[in-house]
Design a protein around this ligand. Structure first.
Ligand code: GLC
Length: 741
C-alpha cells in the first residue's frame, strides 16, 4: 500500500478512499487507471465500450457532447466491476463557449481578478457540458515571439506569470474541487518549453539549472504550492532528456523538493515521442522511462497499456510505483466528487455565453488592450468632430479570427466585431448623421493581392479618420504555428502605406497572438492599440476604448523587439561586462568611413539596431496624464529579519478616471551569480480618479531579494540594491537601499 503520499488535510479523506479502492483492484484494473483515450465525436464504439466496461479507461479527452459524456460515465460507473468514474478532459485555455482574450492578452491586464473570473466562467461553462478537467494554465516562460505558443502564455516574466497563473488555477478549481462549477486544472508544460530553439515548437532547449530555477520553474512551484490538481510535461527536450522521461525534473524537483501531491498526465502521445527524440529504442523502453520518471497517466498513446504488464513481470517497473500512480489519480476523482456525482445535468447551470459571461469577456478585453502610441492625443475619438469614419482591414469584421487560438468550443455566433461595435456606437452617438465607410482591403491577413486596395483607399479619402484593424489570423499562432518573420503578414503593410498616402489620420488596431515587429508601421500611423486576439467581445471593448467610453489600462507582459534579430530581448537581461549605453550607441549608417576598429565603443549591441526594444515590458499608455513622485524609503538599510517600505505618490493630472498598473522592480547590484538589471517583484493595479493622487507602497523583505545561486539553492545575500516603483520596466529613476547581515 503506498503510504508515502504526503497528506494535506484537504486530501486526507480522498486519499484514504483511494487507498481503500486500490486494495480492491486487480492489476489490470490498476493499469487501466493510467490510460486516457480520445473521445469519438459524440459516439461510443463497441471497442471503447468494452474497454470502459473492463476498467481499462481512466479518462476521456475531447468529448463534450453531454449525453455522450453521461453515457460514457454510466458505462464506467454501472457496467464495470468497481464503477470507477471517468475524468473528462478538455483544453479550456481562455474560455469555453464565451471566449476571453488569449492568455497573453489577459496577462496584459495584470489583473488577477479578471483572470480568475475568466477561468471560473470557462470552468462553469465546461462543467455544464460534463468536462471536469482542463489542461490549463499554460505557465511557460518565453522570450521568443516566433514561438506560436507565446499566445497561450502569460508572458516573459516569472513573477507576473506566477501571480496570474495562480489566479487561473483558483478560477478553475474554486475553493473546493467538489464544487459543481470546479474543474481540475493542469500546470503545463513542465518545463522549459518556451525556450525551444529558434522559436520552433517541440524543439531542443538548452537551459542551465540556474536559469531553470530562477526563471522557468517559479510559476510551476507556485502552482504546486497552490494545489493545482495535475501537471503536464512539455514535449521539448530539456538539456538532452525530454520532460516525459526526465526523472530529475519529475522526481527530484516536483516530488522530492516540492512534495507535489497531484498527478502528472503526459502531453499528447509525448511518451511515445520519446523514441522519436532518440531517448528510447521502442515503446516498451518509453513506457519504462516515463513510469520511472513519474508520468502517472498516458494521454492517448498506448505505451503503458501495451507494455507495463511485462515491465512489471520483469521487475523493470515496481508495483509500488504503479500503486502510487493509481492512487494519485483515484484521489483526484474522489476530490472532484465523481464517485458521488458522476453525471452532468446541464439544466443545473446558467446558459452558455449568457449576458453575464459576455459582459465579463468584454471587461477582460477592455483591460487587456494596450495603447502603444497616441500621437497628439488623436485618441479618444469624438463623434462631435467626425462626419465620416473609415473602418478598414481584414480583421475588422471577422467573428472567428478575433477569438484566437485554442477555441475548441468557442462559438463565433456570439462574437461582436470591431465594425459592428463601431457602427453601433457611432450611430447611437450621432443618430446616424456620421457615416461609417467599411472596406476590407485584403481578403485575409495573409493575402498578397492588392486588388481590393482601391475600395479601402476611397473609404479613407472620404473620411476624417481611418480605423485600421489588422494583424494575424488566429491560425498563425498557437501550437506548432511558429513564424520566422513576425512582420504583419500578407500585403497589410502595403495597404497601410496606401492609406497613409491619403493623408487621413490613422488609428491602427492590431489583433495578433504575439508581439509583431511593427517599428516601421508604428512610425507611420497616429495611434496603435494592441488588442491581441481579444475574444468574443473584442469589438465592443475596442470601440469603447477608441471613443473614450473606457480608458486604456493594459500594459505589455512581453517585450516588443524592434527587429527580429534582437530576439531574445527582454527587460530582465543580465548586464554583461560591457553594456550598451546611449553614449556609446551609433547606428551603422552613421559610422564614419575607415572608422578605427575600436572607435565605436566595445559594447554589447547591434550596429544596425538600437539596443533597446520598440516597446518595453510593462509599457502601456493611458488617456490620463500620470506622474510619479520620487520614491520614499522608510529606511535605507535593513537586516534580513527586518523589512522596509518603499512608496511613491502618483498624480493623475487629467479629467480621466483610470486604473494604473504600478510596478515594483529591484536590482541586486553584486551577487555570487550575476543578477538581472531589473526584476519585477510586485505590482498593483489601482484606480486613480481624475485630478487626484494616490500613494502606493510596497514592503520589501529579504525573501523578496533571494535567488538560486551557484549551488542552485535559494539564498539571500547582503549588499546594495536599486529599487524602482514605475509605470514600466524602462524607467530610469531609482533609489538605493542596503540589506545587511
Ligand atoms: C496538445 C498540447 C497540450 C494540450 C494537449 C491536449 O498537444 O501540447 O497543451 O493540452 O495536447 O489537447
Amino acid at each position: 500500500m503506498p503510504n508515502d503520499l504526503p497528506e494535506s488535510s484537504a486530501n486526507r479523506a480522498p486519499l484514504i478512499k483511494a487507498q481503500a479502492l486500490l486494495s480492491a483492484m486487480t492489476l489490470d484494473e490498476k493499469l487501466g487507471q493510467l490510460n486516457q483515450m480520445s473521445g469519438q465525436a459524440a459516439s461510443i464504439s463497441p471497442h471503447l465500450r468494452s474497454l470502459i466496461q473492463s476498467g481499462q479507461v481512466s479518462s476521456i479527452i475531447n468529448e463534450v457532447h453531454t449525453p455522450t459524456v453521461n453515457n460514457l460515465q454510466r458505462i464506467a460507473v454501472e457496467e464495470s466491476r468497481l464503477g470507477v468514474p471517468l475524468l473528462i478532459g478538455r483544453d479550456v485555455i481562455h474560455g469555453f463557449t464565451t471566449i476571453f482574450p488569449i492568455p497573453l492578452g489577459q496577462a496584459a491586464s495584470w489583473c488577477e481578478k479578471t483572470v480568475e473570473l475568466g477561468a471560473s466562467i470557462g470552468a462553469t461553462e465546461a462543467a455544464s457540458q460534463g468536462v471536469n478537467w482542463t489542461f490549463a494554465p499554460m505557465i511557460d516562460i518565453t522570450r521568443d515571439p516566433r514561438w506560436g505558443r507565446i499566445a497561450e502564455s502569460l508572458g516573459e516574466d516569472p513573477y507576473l506569470c506566477a501571480r496570474l497563473g495562480g489566479a487561473m488555477i483558483k478560477g478553475f478549481q474554486t475553493d473546493s474541487l467538489g464544487n459543481s462549477n470546479a474543474i481540475a486544472a493542469c500546470a503545463k508544460h513542465f518545463a522549459g518549453y518556451g525556450y525551444s530553439e529558434s522559436g520552433r515548437d517541440y524543439g531542443f532547449t538548452n537551459i542551465s539549472e540556474n536559469e531553470l530555477r530562477n526563471t522557468v520553474l517559479p510559476p510551476f512551484k507556485m502552482a504546486s504550492d497552490l494545489g493545482v490538481a495535475t501537471f503536464m510535461p512539455s514535449f521539448s527536450d530539456l538539456n538532452g532528456v525530454p520532460a516525459s522521461g526526465n526523472e530529475w525534473l519529475m522526481q527530484q524537483v516536483l516530488r522530492t523538493e516540492w512534495q507535489y501531491q497531484g498527478f502528472v498526465v503526459s502531453d499528447w502521445a509525448s511518451i511515445k515521442d520519446l523514441k522519436v527524440h532518440g531517448l528510447t529504442e521502442n515503446d516498451e523502453h518509453s513506457a519504462m522511462l516515463a513510469a520511472k520518471a513519474g508520468i502517472d497517466m498516458e494521454m492517448v498513446s498506448d505505451c503503458y497499456s501495451a507494455h507495463l504488464p511485462e515491465l512489471l513481470e520483469q521487475n523493470k517497473v515496481p508495483l509500488s510505483q504503479i500503486d502510487l500512480m493509481v492512487t494519485r489519480i483515484l484521489q483526484l476523482k474522489y476530490s472532484l466528487g465523481l464517485f458521488d456525482n458522476p453525471y452532468t445535468n446541464t439544466a443545473d447551470f446558467a446558459p452558455l455565453a449568457n449576458g453575464e459571461h459576455l459582459q465579463a469577456a468584454k471587461e477582460a478585453a477592455t483591460k487587456s488592450c494596450v495603447l502603444l502610441k497616441n500621437e497628439a492625443s488623436i485618441l479618444p475619438l469624438s463623434v462631435k468632430n467626425l462626419n465620416n469614419i473609415a473602418v478598414i482591414g481584414p480583421l475588422a469584421d471577422d467573428k472567428y479570427e478575433q477569438l484566437g487560438t485554442w477555441i475548441f468550443d468557442g462559438d463565433d455566433h456570439y462574437s461582436v466585431t470591431c465594425l459592428s461595435a463601431l457602427k453601433d456606437k457611432i450611430n447611437e452617438q450621432t443618430n446616424g448623421s456620421a457615416k461609417v465607410h467599411y472596406a476590407k482591403g485584403l481578403a485575409t491577413s495573409r493575402t498578397l493581392s492588392e486588388d481590393d486596395f482601391d475600395e479601402a483607399i476611397y473609404a479613407a479619402e472620404q473620411s476624417d479618420v481611418a480605423i485600421l484593424v489588422m494583424g494575424e489570423e488566429s491560425i498563425l499562432s498557437g501550437e506548432a504555428h511558429c513564424r520566422s518573420n513576425i512582420d504583419l503578414p500578407g500585403a497589410q503593410s502595403a495597404l497601410i502605406d496606401k492609406i497613409v498616402a491619403t493623408g487621413t489620420p490613422i488609428v491602427l488596431v492590431i489583433m495578433a497572438g504575439r508581439p509583431l515587429t511593427i517599428s516601421d508601421i508604428a512610425n507611420k500611423v497616429d495611434a496603435v492599440l494592441y488588442a491581441w486576439h481579444p475574444g468574443t467581445m473584442g469589438g465592443p471593448a475596442i470601440a469603447d476604448l477608441l471613443f473614450g467610453d473606457a480608458v486604456p489600462s493594459g500594459k505589455l507582459p512581453v517585450t516588443f523587439p524592434r527587429v527580429l534579430g534582437q530576439i531574445p530581448i527582454y527587460y530582465s537581461q543580465k548586464n554583461s561586462g560591457r553594456p550598451a549605453t546611449e553614449a556609446t550607441y551609433m547606428h551603422q549608417n552613421d559610422i564614419p568611413l575607415r572608422a578605427v576598429q575600436t572607435s565605436l565603443g566595445m559594447v554589447s549591441n547591434h550596429l544596425d539596431t538600437h539596443f533597446t526594444p520598440l516597446y518595453p515590458f510593462g509599457f502601456g499608455l493611458s488617456y490620463a496624464c500620470l506622474s510619479y513622485s520620487d520614491i520614499h524609503l522608510s529606511d535605507e538599510k535593513f537586516s534580513k529579519q527586518e523589512a522596509i517600505e518603499v512608496s511613491v505618490t502618483i498624480t493623475n493630472n487629467s479629467q480621466y478616471d483610470t486604473e494604473e498598473i504600478v510596478q515594483l522592480y529591484i536590482r541586486d547590484l553584486v551577487a555570487s551569480t550575476t543578477r538581472p538589471v531589473k526584476e519585477l517583484k510586485g505590482f498593483k493595479r489601482l484606480p486613480i480618479k481624475a485630478n487626484s493622487s494616490i500613494t502606493v507602497s510596497f514592503e520589501i523583505m529579504s525573501e523578496l531579494l533571494g535567488f538560486y545561486g551557484q549551488e542552485n539553492t535559494y539564498i539571500t545575500e547582503a549588499g546594495k540594491f536599486h529599487v524602482w516603483i514605475a509605470p514600466h520596466s524602462a524607467t530610469s529613476h531609482y533609489k538605493e537601499f542596503e540589506l545587511i547581515d
